[in-house]
Design a protein around this ligand. Structure first.
Ligand code: FAD
Length: 515
């Protein structure tokens, strides 16, 4: 059988009818779902648009049983790999499997399977499919149960398994931790094809390895996600700072206040001090009717400015003067520039789906499908002022054609037992350089932007900044070893235990498939 398999993975068949090898593969897996050997091109691309591969086949599973069958089948071949593909929103080919089997997790994955009561004073949780999109989880939770997960990403067209394999961060992370801190149990199919239920108490090695584990130890088929009563409304607010020190002081003040004495969401971004329509002042206003008064900027000559973005939840029953009073009290402690307060009220669902509107516009003008050489980092509080000085104020002083997010997070909200690696200190910042490139336009080329990302990482390393890549990507084992530091040995140990043949998530380029 092995010789037979060796033969087929090197073959390309362009006929519309399955050949005998493909029929052999289909029948051996005994799938309830389907396998496609032809329409596979979408699985060889991702949101980053920087890499392309050719998968051997795409499997659309009808349940956990199919996922286990695919992995067991691959383990009997000499070199087949298996990649779970969430929504393919990676940047560097992480969800790809060149000449391997890609499992299309979005297919057949239920957004909310059940609501359950949790032990340990957590209240309620929902069981969701690993391939469910967070936007569907949100809609189902709110409309059916009036509940919502506590921790989000900014954009919800991502799958549960995809974000849990990384961390999942946004403006709620300071309070509830990343999405990986908001899961109490998972069903996982390991690289040996075993289906395992795991939690902090049961099979905990697997549970913590999988969270933030870059898909290396198993495929998440179900996750139990903590929820809370969903508010009706959100007051969404932006204020501007000329000085980085004042911006960070206020952002850190807000994230360290107890619940009830702060906002429910805290983020921030850097923008260019100019009238550039994409990178400049216009990027701060929340409503097309609002105007940014440029005369305010005559008070500073800084090349870049800082926007603190916060939000307060409330219910329709709250009278508007109560909301106004709470907002005024919270803003009263902050030192933002006068005449730079922007605010809007919107429903909770509209707020959480705020990036969807931008997605629609970007799709219409072609920039959603053009390459995205993004760079995400966690930078410790002790290094963030240097990052501002060397990177924002110098290398990126003209902007990047998209958001440059920077906001603080409390380390205490992260579970150190997960596979995610963080810089030192009680507080660190997420820095997200979300570059958009223009379709059909060569300047600056995508290659130059990738080179600029390398330059930023090099500068950080040279200047001795304390940082880690988020959504990491390295091409050598040395890079990965350095990334994981003293946690590398443990990562390797867990890999040998749960995916000894290195079948899973080959697109991360951490391990090589074993025969
Ligand atoms: P994929 O890209 O499909 O997969 C990512 C990795 O996870 C791959 O290695 C894959 O094999 C593995 N994987 C996928 N599903 C599973 C599963 N069920 N079990 C095990 N492994 C699996 N991140 C944030 O933290 N916060 C944000 O606000 C945020 N905003 C974003 C906005 C946009 C527009 C984009 C494109 C990305 C954003 N991200 C954000 C990054 C995002 O969280 C990651 O890229 C994530 O991996 C994408 O999810 P996905 O479902 O598309 O996963």
């Amino acid at each position: 059988m092995i010789a037979y398999l060796e033969h087929f993975v090197h073959e390309n068949n362009n006929d519309s009818e399955p050949n005998e090898h493909e029929q052999f593969v289909s029948s051996s897996m005994e799938l309830d779902g389907s396998i496609d050997f032809r329409s596979t091109a979408f699985a060889g691309k991702d949101f980053g648009g920087l890499h392309a591969t050719s998968p051997f086949a795409v499997v659309r599973p009808s349940g956990t049983h199919d996922i286990a069958s695919v992995i067991r089948f691959a383990s009997q071949s000499p070199n087949l790999t298996v990649a779970a593909r969430g929504n393919g929103h990676s940047i560097n080919g992480q969800a790809m499997a060149n000449r391997g089997l890609v499992i299309d997790m979005k297919r057949g994955s239920e957004s909310v399977i059940d609501v359950v009561r949790c032990d340990g004073g957590y209240g309620y949780a929902v069981d969701v499919g690993g391939g469910a999109l967070w936007e569907d989880v949100l809609k189902r939770c709110v409309s059916n149960f009036g509940l919502a997960p506590r921790s989000w990403t900014d954009y919800l067209g991502l799958t549960v398994g995809g974000t849990l394999s990384n961390a999942g961060v946004s403006g709620q992370t300071f309070r509830y931790g990343p999405q990986t801190s908001n899961v109490t149990e998972m069903e996982v199919v390991t690289g040996t094809g075993d289906t395992v239920i795991c939690s902090g108490d049961v099979n905990s090695d697997l549970f913590f390895s999988v969270l933030g584990g870059l898909g290396q130890f198993g495929i998440i088929t179900r996750a139990r996600v903590l929820v809370q009563p969903a508010p009706d409304m959100v007051r969404w607010i932006r204020v501007v700072y000329a000085e980085f020190e004042e911006f960070t002081r206020d952002a850190e003040l807000l994230i360290t206040r107890p619940e009830g004495e702060s906002f429910d969401y805290v983020e921030g971004f850097v923008f260019v001090n100019s009238d550039d329509p994409v990178n400049g002042w216009a990027s701060v206003v929340l409503d097309p009717d609002q105007l940014f008064d440029p005369s305010v900027m005559t008070r500073t000559e800084n090349p870049v400015l800082y926007c603190l973005e916060v939000a307060l939840h409330y219910n329709k029953g709250n009278c508007s003067s109560t909301v106004d009073t709470r907002v005024e009290r919270l803003l009263g402690r902050l030192r933002f520039m006068e005449d730079t307060l922007f605010q809007v009220d919107l429903s909770y669902i509209e707020f959480l789906l705020r990036v969807k509107e931008a997605e629609k516009q970007a799709k219409a003008n072609g920039i959603w499908d053009a390459p995205h050489p993004w760079l995400n980092l966690f930078v410790s509080k002790s290094s963030i002022a240097d990052f501002d000085r060397f990177v924002f104020k110098k290398i990126l002083k003209d902007g990047i054609g998209g958001p440059m997010l920077v906001y603080p997070i409390l380390r205490s909200r992260w579970d150190e037992r997960t596979s995610v690696v963080l810089p030192d200190g009680d507080i660190f910042y997420i820095v997200a350089l979300l570059r958009f490139t223009k379709p059909y336009q060569k300047s600056p080329s995508v290659r130059d932007l990738v080179a600029q990302n390398h330059e930023i990482v090099q500068v950080c390393a040279r200047k001795g900044l304390d940082f880690k890549l988020y959504l990491p990507h390295y091409n050598s084992e040395e890079g990965w070893k350095q990334h994981f530091g003293d946690r590398w040995d443990r990562f390797v140990e867990m890999k040998l235990r749960y995916d000894p043949m290195a079948i899973l998530a080959p697109g991360q380029k951490i391990f090589t498939r074993q025969q």
